[in-house]
Design a protein around this ligand. Structure first.
Ligand SMILES: NC(=O)c1ccc[n+]([C@@H]2O[C@H](COP(=O)([O-])OP(=O)(O)OC[C@H]3O[C@@H](n4cnc5c(N)ncnc54)[C@H](OP(=O)(O)O)[C@@H]3O)[C@@H](O)[C@H]2O)c1
Length: 314
């Protein structure tokens, strides 16, 4: 007979804490919740959680303590009360350095940190869209798989507790860069007399088309080879230059394309002109001294269990 789901303590009842606690409750875990402002735990109590005012009672209640407060300084304050359980699962946002310092603090308190980066919004917790990557001791990751399974798909990046936040920071250039690039296109379209609403209609299908090219870039980066090229650096040098000239003719600065074109030109100058666009990583490596020999971990969809559909909104 399967063991009962492990009890879990959730520290923080903001958007993420509520989503995590709800999902754990719907997966039959006993959930104890603590929040700095006690009034916010009421809806979770209605769903079956036990709310406690004393933080020490929360951390003593379960072998897994999920931290969902706003940042590492808050998490460090909260865990000034040493956890009795062996595993702290941290989901707050921050940097690799903060995660490593937090792991040290948790270790000094006699516990173990699994540091997580939820790649999704709180309202997707526990759905097939949810993917959280974890870093920290593999033993803790394996031991608490059943709790992690309840929150959605997941993968383990390595023993270094900074790796999950490294993944978060690594996703930021694409996240922010595309936002600014879309807005730059709107400004250009408008400057050329186009209705922004028409630009948006053109861009919606374009975003789908370009995804295939981004996938190809990711495939090249994963393989570490720049041949055969899907799109060459030389072509990107020409098209980015043409676009910058067109922006200038419309009276606009190049925006993000300025630094993009500079990196393409540098890659061509390094001899990558006929290579795939992904070869620009060589320019960035040469400027930053990225360690290149770390093993890659299997993040393919097959390696990640798909959670049961969420039993929505009890
Ligand atoms: N929401 C998302 O979609 C999402 C997705 C991925 C990652 N995250 C990350 O998850 C973390 C929580 O996000 P959220 O959306 O749940 O934020 P939120 O709704 O603003 O909730 C913040 C939580 O942190 C608590 N808190 C803040 N400062 C504290 C302190 N000094 N001591 C103790 N508790 C403190 C708040 O308690 P009070 O109620 O007392 O203020 C509240 O429980 C953030 O790091 C966020 O970046 C969120």
């Amino acid at each position: 007979m399967a063991a009962d789901p492990a009890p879990v303590a959730v520290l923080g009842a903001g958007n993420m804490g509520v989503a995590v606690a709800r999902r754990l409750l719907s997966s039959q875990h006993r959930v104890t919740v603590w929040n700095r402002t006690p009034g916010r735990t009421g809806p979770l109590v209605d769903l079956g959680a036990t709310a406690v005012d004393d933080l020490a009672d929360a951390v003593a209640s379960a072998p897994v303590v999920v931290v969902t407060v706003s940042d590492y300084p808050a998490a460090t304050t909260v865990l000034g009360t040493p956890p009795s359980g062996p595993t702290v699962v941290n989901l707050c946002t921050g940097t690799p350095a903060e995660a490593r310092r937090f792991a040290d603090a948790v270790r000094r308190a006699g516990a173990v940190l699994l540091d997580g980066y939820p790649t999704h919004h709180a309202d997707r917790v526990g759905t097939a869209d949810a993917l959280t990557v974890y870093a920290g001791p593999r033993r803790a990751y394996e031991e608490h798989r059943e709790v992690l399974d309840s929150l959605g798909r997941h993968a383990w990046l390595g023993e270094d507790p900074g790796l999950a936040k490294a993944a978060a920071i690594a996703s930021a250039p694409a996240y922010h860069g595309v936002m600014v690039a879309l807005a730059a296109g709107a400004a250009y379209a408008e400057a050329e007399g186009m209705d922004v609403a028409d630009y948006v209609e053109v861009m919606r299908p374009f975003v789908g088309t370009v995804k295939g090219i981004w996938d190809s870039t990711l495939d090249h980066l994963a393989a570490g080879t720049w041949v055969p090229p899907r799109t060459t650096i030389d072509k990107q040098v020409r098209t980015s230059r043409r676009t910058i000239d067109a922006f200038a003719a419309a009276g606009l600065p190049p925006s993000v394309l300025g630094s993009v074109a500079e990196v393409f030109a540098a890659a061509a100058a390094m001899g990558h002109g006929s290579d795939d666009t992904a070869a620009v990583v060589e320019v960035l490596r040469s400027r930053g001294g990225t360690p290149r020999d770390r093993p890659l971990h299997d993040l393919s969809a097959d390696a990640m269990p798909t959670p049961e559909p969420r039993e929505t909104d009890q």
